[in-house]
Design a protein around this ligand. Sequence first.
Ligand SMILES: [Zn+2]
Length: 100
Amino acid sequence: MLLIHCPHCAEALPEVEFTYAGEAHIVRPARPAEASDEAWRDFLFIRANPRGPHFERWRHTHGCARYFNAVRDTVTDRFLTTYPAGSPKPDLAALKEGQS
Ligand SMILES: [Zn+2]
């Protein structure tokens, strides 16, 4: 069973309690009415979809109901870390070192 660590509840819980909520760190244009069509398209639809570590938003739907961010390896489906939404991106090099 895949366990996901909720940074708000401070415990690892079964994945069925959580909901994936898309890519993390997507920045909304400061002035949407002034954004170009390409900038608005990129904000709405263009995602990284990487092979390897991916920054994701998750929600602890059946627990505290709060959103948080995670770094999950899309190849191994292993969570490298989770952290509160609004926090800066963690250093991937340090996370990869901790994996081995
Ligand atoms: Zn929680």
